[in-house]
Design a protein around this ligand. Structure first.
Ligand code: NAD
Length: 255
């Protein structure tokens, strides 16, 4: 048990399934106060909250819209009185389309979900993270979910998604320059192929084909990704780590 995370106030966007929900469970097990965000109806999120502890909350917000990002952060702070760790995890492929089929609507949808959402949530979180670092005398943390695709271009038809993740990897470096003086750290977790709803459009044959390209020979499990967020949230363990991309991919890409 990481005592240090007890009572830490953690906002996890896209926390209702997959990597986000596994991460929420792990933070809750270490005593953190967790909010999970998603688009589904609050009634559908109630079963998730019961396993995250009495203080956990659900924040319904469509983060492709900037005003919803602002409301999400405001509601989090109203509930917990501040914000110590922000995990920008909401994201997704949208749809697979080759370059010649891409239109403005697809571009906007994928960029809004993977890039704008993280930018706007982080923007509205900054004053609270700054305050958290000042009050604790340590650091506050922003951890965003990037992707292997952000490093190697993504599969055919996933170009805009991959570029959005590369954009996220890069803008973190900019935020390091702007906010290290405020003791806010920014790091990326870049998962490889993880067994979640993200891959539900693929046939069993294709999934096997992908698994064969991974040195470990299999997709990762969400429980194998979640501990990396814990590490990057902990000032004791990673207080001197900022501006990094941590690959969690079974050896799929060795930079
Ligand atoms: P997932 O589909 O289970 O999770 C996506 C989450 O984003 C869900 O909780 C969903 O509710 C939320 N979300 C979607 N649209 C939203 C919106 N408009 N506003 C707020 N929340 C929204 O899949 P996952 O694999 O757990 O994905 C989590 C993150 O990991 C994503 O950013 C994804 O791009 C990234 N990722 C996944 C893989 C993989 O192989 N599974 C690989 C690399 C990166």
């Amino acid at each position: 048990m990481l005592q240090e995370l007890t009572g830490k106030r953690v906002l996890i966007t896209g926390g209702t399934s997959g990597v986000g929900l596994a991460t929420a469970r792990l933070f809750a097990q270490h005593g953190a106060k967790v909010a999970i965000n998603g688009v589904r109806d609050p009634a559908q999120a109630s079963c998730m909250l019961s396993e995250l502890g009495a203080e956990a909350i659900y924040l319904q917000a469509d983060l492709t819209k900037s005003e919803e990002c602002q409301r999400c952060v405001a509601e989090f702070v109203a509930a917990f009185g501040g914000l110590d760790v922000l995990i920008n995890n909401a994201g997704g492929l949208g749809e697979r389309r080759g370059l010649e089929e891409i239109d403005d609507a697809l571009f906007d949808r994928v960029m809004d979900l993977n890039a704008r959402s993280a930018l706007m949530v982080t923007k509205f979180a900054i004053p609270h993270l700054r305050q958290s670092a000042k009050a604790s005398g340590t650091t506050a943390a922003v951890i965003s979910t990037g992707s292997l695709a952000g490093r190697e271009g993504g599969g055919i038809g996933a170009g805009v998604y991959a570029a959005a993740k590369a954009w996220l990897h890069d803008i973190h470096r900019n935020w390091v320059k702007e906010f290290t003086k405020d003791n806010i750290r920014f790091n990326i977790i870049a998962p490889g192929s993880i067994d979640t709803a993200f891959h539900q459009d693929k046939s069993p044959a294709l999934l096997q084909q992908i698994a064969a390209t991974i040195p470990m020979g299999r997709f990762g499990q969400v429980e194998e990704v979640a501990p990396s967020y814990l590490y990057l949230a902990s000032h004791r363990m990673s207080g001197y780590v900022t501006g990094q991309v941590l690959d969690v991919n079974g050896g799929q890409l060795a930079p």
